[in-house]
Design a protein around this ligand. Structure first.
Ligand SMILES: *Cc1c(COP(=O)(O)O)cnc(C)c1O
Length: 390
């Protein structure tokens, strides 16, 4: 059996050690420092963002954005249901109530029509939960909307922002999986009040662990930096007037990020190329569909290539294929289990249309790493040919 092929493993560009060595040589082995400042500047040019704060994780970035939007106990915050739990967890950190919105079939991301239904529901004091209408006496609007761009695919931001603006609700774009993806010619994360990025080990570029908050508002990013460094007031002694967090990125880790940014555009090309390779390989297989860009307005980094298998036509199913990959020491993974199906969010209001449940049932993420070589592809193709009988 060949060595393990991962879904998407770290892929160094070669420049990382130079920056890490600089940190060591100058003994700047500490939080903050010149690599962090440079990484923030370079992230601005890589994303088109005006202002960036490099942080310890993408989750921390979502947490800080919600704190700055004034989210507190008992507030409602709207979130994508079909996502990784880190999109929604920070809502719970603050004692707020997630209102989960299902996907639309085009992008697999938040459905703008369901979003509006949820907002009018909140406004009128009627909420849906598990298919039932629940009456409430408070008629408060949600404090924020957190929308994820899953597997690299931009959500329908024009429609989502139109709904959000109509009711004056700020939007946080969770672009943890979508660094470098574009929507209507702009990189994602810059279409709203806040964008967040992740540099976790499996993302399209990595710092081993890390994240960033991006915004067009300099004061908000300044505030995020303040909160992320324990909220120290201007004073020679340690004085605090507000609760702070230890969420800043370290200078060593930022060095890895600087090296990784040098190859971001290359990585995007490579992930798109492997996506095209899968499409060609599976183009004649009945019952297999891909997560696809609905129009030229959408440009995905295709962090992961994802397929849906209709078992009544394809001759196999999601689980059989996953186990066949596992047998060959190849990692694949079911699509995200929607948050409204998760035990931990079971009681939350949810606006559901069946899309994400079907995706979860029949969908699979295929190995998509930019470092999968020709031999790796041959092993992957062998499993796919055998399972689909092509
Ligand atoms: C990875 C991820 C996050 C969290 O990022 P971390 O840096 O791991 O905290 C948030 N949202 C989505 C959709 C993710 O995939």
């Amino acid at each position: 059996m060949g060595k393990k092929i991962y879904l998407s493993s770290p892929h160094m560009g070669g420049g990382e050690m130079k920056y890490v060595k600089e940190a060591f040589d100058s003994n700047w082995v500490a939080p903050l420092g010149p690599n962090v400042d440079a990484f923030e500047r370079e992230l601005c040019s890589a994303t088109g963002a005006k202002h960036v704060a490099a942080l310890s994780s993408g989750t921390a970035a979502i947490h800080l954005s919600l704190i700055m939007l004034g989210v507190g106990p008992g507030d409602y915050v709207i979130g994508t249901s079909f996502t990784f739990s880190a999109t929604v967890n920070p809502i719970a950190y603050l004692g707020a109530i997630p209102v989960l919105i299902d996907s639309e079939p085009g992008t697999w991301n938040m459905d703008p029509e369901l979003l509006e239904e949820a907002i009018t529901g909140l406004k009128e004091g009627v909420l849906r939960s598990g298919g039932h209408a629940v009456l409430r006496s408070d008629k408060r609007l949600p404090k924020a909307i957190v929308v994820a761009h899953l597997y690299g695919m931009p959500a329908r931001m024009k429609e989502i922002m139109a709904v959000a603006d109509k009711y004056g609700i700020p939007v946080v774009e969770d672009a943890a999986e979508a660094l470098g993806s574009e929507y209507m010619g702009r990189r994602v994360g810059c279409n709203s009040k806040f964008g967040i990025l992740s540099f976790n080990g499996n993302k399209i570029i990595t710092t081993s662990g890390g994240g960033a908050l991006i915004s067009g508002d300099a004061a908000l990013i300044e505030r995020a930096r303040f909160l992320a460094t324990q909220a120290r007031d201007q004073a020679p002694h340690y004085q605090h007037s507000t609760i702070g967090y230890n969420y800043r990125m370290s200078n060593v880790v930022a060095g890895i990020g600087r090296g990784q940014l040098e190859v971001l555009d290359l990585r995007i090309r490579q992930h798109r190329e492997i996506n095209a390779w899968y499409r060609e390989l599976l183009k004649d297989v009945p019952g297999v569909t891909f997560q696809s860009e609905p129009s030229p307005d959408f440009y995905s980094n295709f962090w992961l290539t994802c397929i849906v298998i209709d078992p009544s036509v394809a001759g196999t199913d999601r689980e059989k294929l996953r186990l066949a990959f596992e047998e060959a020491n190849i990692e694949s993974r079911p699509l995200w289990k929607p948050m409204h199906m998760q035990p931990v969010f079971a009681g939350c209001p949810a606006y559901v249309n069946g899309t994400s449940e079907k995706l979860f049932e029949n969908g699979l993420c295929l190995p998509s790493g930019s470092n999968i070589d020709a031999e790796g592809r041959a092993r992957i193709a062998e499993v796919l040919r055998r399972e689909f009988g092509i």
